[in-house]
Write a protein that binds this ligand. Structure first.
Ligand SMILES: [Cu+2]
Length: 646
């Protein structure tokens, strides 16, 4: 489709969205997966479900209602994973104004992440001091909980590429720990627990669950690589405070997305490859996959009792969660609930009662009752499938579900490019045979192909039913063209009324996977550090100077706008130079930078913060170290002359 971008949008001819979707978008999706998916669906591509109608986007657009006036603050923070940018982004809602990008697994020369010694120690280094990994793929962002809602303490985010879990402190919005999970690949879904399964006094997050999507030989040491049927994936539990891996579970099939129950008793992951296929085609051969539940208390009892194995030199205990080893529900660690074909996404309702596990290649969402899964573990429910209480047909390519505070669910439909609103209790009634139950309440077009969707506060018991964000994988014609790589869209939808209303398109840089929307009053940030938090702080300009121990030289200096404490410093060719810089400015927003030409050094020091860098001075000459972050009318004069003697 070609569009005349010189005309105002309202003068554009009707872009024929449906026609467009059926050509350009589907061309890129053609393949075994899609054809399998479509053939598995009972609905016609264009036909609205009998119980719902398509609301034309033009009829519900209310541009302007979401705007936040100059000087006004947004009502919500949205934390969004940056995908293969390896970072986390923060934007305000409803404005969509981007306010921060937190480097996590990536390197970032704005703040010096991956450049300073402190950040390198968090990311992890090789024996030679260089970064172990320079890439990352953040997928899911989930904050810590207290009493079923966000407590504003931590944000956890995963790296799918290298199997790492990172923790971001929400007071400074900086990454403070990164843990690499042993013996896994493709760490996709993650979710913190919400309380302890046994100790009622612990009603906050102490564990983070991590699902591995790709099965690998165990150990992955070059043996057994041709025995694909023996590849396995592990489900991991990380301690939220120490960030040490507590335990892992050996499973059949794979893990995809992860959810945790409000009572702390269960963790769940949807499984799309119960076939355990190692090739694409094999991963879609079975009509049924599963939603896998983990009995957290029993797993921890088994670990305590020493019923564990160890793999590949790892000291993390691994319990056996495979089907065969867990045939008796009364002692089982795991429960595999059958779900139609290749589900993607599992989300728990804010009342803690139901899990919605979406179909992806089936046009259904499967609703599983939490109470019935517990009863299965008690031996009171015979078959795992009996825990399913509803399975409404909601549209094509259902992926992720958000919930409001009125018992409604909102699921992204990737192939239909829609959000469908459906009622959980009505779906349960319909499943029991009530033909009068109206399950699907509304549909709205999104632009285009939504992946994750989420409601404001929707993953807490305080879900407020105000907004839904649709993170769309393709933006196509929604923004000014910028060459082959397009932005994506985060579309803001008002869900407070009966009908969903599209409020705005926010462009998002590639490529967010998941986000969460938090009320602003929950987040309490700090604007200024404390000098004592940094053992290497240069607390007084008088402590500045050049300190030599053989070829190792430490340069200590401070910054106070608009000058560094050292106007110049001298080192020798071949020295290993460590610069320690403390920003003595106490004023909020008075951040300084420090860049050294030709030495690949650039980092920031926030008020009262200390950072250090280490590099080799190997070329004699004069190098003007300068402040990169505008700080003062005399910012340009803020420099220090590094002299490297031959
Ligand atoms: Cu400055």
């Amino acid at each position: 489709m070609s569009q005349d971008h010189t005309k105002p949008l309202d003068a554009q001819p009707d872009p024929g969205r449906r026609k467009f979707l059926n050509t350009a978008a589907f061309a890129g999706l053609a393949g075994a997966g899609l054809s399998v998916g479509l053939s598995a669906c009972k609905q016609e591509q264009q036909a609205p479900a009998a119980t719902g109608t398509v609301t034309p986007a033009s009829a519900v657009q209310e541009a302007g209602h979401h705007e936040v006036a100059p000087g006004q603050l947004d009502d919500y923070y949205s934390f969004s994973s940056g995908g293969h940018s390896g970072n986390v982004r923060i934007y305000g809602l409803p404005s969509g104004r981007e306010i921060k990008c937190i480097p996590v697994f990536n390197t970032d020369c704005l703040v010096g992440w991956g450049i300073t010694n402190e950040s390198k120690a968090i990311i992890g280094t090789k024996p030679d001091g260089s970064l172990k990994y320079q890439t990352g793929d953040t997928h899911h962002v989930h904050p810590s909980y207290t009493d079923g809602t966000y407590d504003g303490k931590y944000l956890f985010v995963n790296d799918k590429i290298h199997g790492r879990l990172a923790r971001v402190r929400l007071d400074t919005m900086e990454t403070d720990k990164i843990t690499e999970l042993p013996n896994i690949q493709g760490f996709h879904g993650t979710f913190p627990d919400k309380r302890d399964p046994v100790d009622a006094s612990i009603n906050h997050t102490t564990r983070v669950f991590c699902g591995a999507e790709f099965s690998i030989p165990l150990p992955n040491d070059g043996a057994g690589m041709d025995k694909g049927e023996e590849y396995r994936s592990l489900f991991s539990c990380v301690d939220a405070e120490s960030m040490e891996v507590r335990w892992q579970v050996l499973i059949d099939g794979n893990c995809d997305l992860v959810a945790s129950s409000y009572d702390g008793k269960l963790a769940a992951t949807n499984q799309y490859n119960t076939e355990m296929g190692v090739h694409y085609e094999n991963m879609m051969s079975a009509e049924w996959d599963a939603c896998l539940f983990f009995n957290v208390a029993r797993i921890e009892e088994a670990v305590k009792a020493g019923k564990v194995s160890y793999y590949g030199g790892s000291k993390v205990p691994v319990v056996d969660g495979r089907k065969e080893a867990n045939a008796d529900p009364k002692t089982a660690l795991t429960c595999y609930v059958p779900i139609p074909k290749n589900p993607h996404g599992v989300n728990i309702s804010p009342d803690g009662k139901y899990y919605a596990c979406s179909g992806k290649l089936s046009p259904t969402a499967t609703v599983i009752a939490h109470e019935l899964v517990l009863k299965w573990f008690d031996g009171e429910v015979k078959e795992p499938r009996e825990t399913v209480v509803a399975e409404p047909e909601i549209g094509l390519g259902p992926l992720h579900t958000g919930f409001d505070n009125k018992g409604n669910a909102y699921t992204t439909l990737f192939l239909d490019s829609q959000i469908v609103k459906w009622n959980v209790e009505a779906a349960i009634k319909a499943y029991k045979g009530d033909k009068t139950a109206t399950v699907v309440l509304d549909r709205i077009d999104v632009h285009y192909q939504p992946g994750h969707g989420f409601t404001s506060m929707g993953e807490t018991k305080d879900s407020d039913g105000k907004y839904f964000i649709s993170d769309n994988k393709f933006s196509k014609d929604r923004f000014l063209p910028v060459g082959p790589l397009h932005a994506e869209t985060a579309q803001l939808i008002d869900i407070s009324g009966d009908k969903m209303k599209l409020l705005s398109d926010h462009s998002v840089l590639s490529e967010p996977h998941d986000s969460i929307v938090i009320r602003r009053d929950i987040i309490k940030t700090r604007q200024v550090y404390n000098l004592d938090e940094f053992p290497n702080a240069v607390k007084d300009p008088k402590e500045s100077g050049v300190f030599r121990e053989g070829k190792k030289v430490t340069v200590k200096l401070t910054s106070q706008a608009p000058a560094y404490s050292l106007r110049e410093f001298t080192v020798k060719k071949g020295d290993e130079v460590t610069i320690i810089l403390t920003n003595l400015d106490k004023v909020e927003d008075l951040t300084h930078g420090f860049a050294i030409p030709k030495h690949d050094i650039n980092f920031l020091v926030n008020p009262q913060e200390t950072k250090s860098v280490t590099f080799k001075a190997d070329t004699p000459g004069v190098y003007w170290c300068y402040c990169t972050h505008f700080c003062h009318a005399l910012h340009l004069e803020m420099r220090s002359r590094m002299i490297v003697e031959a």
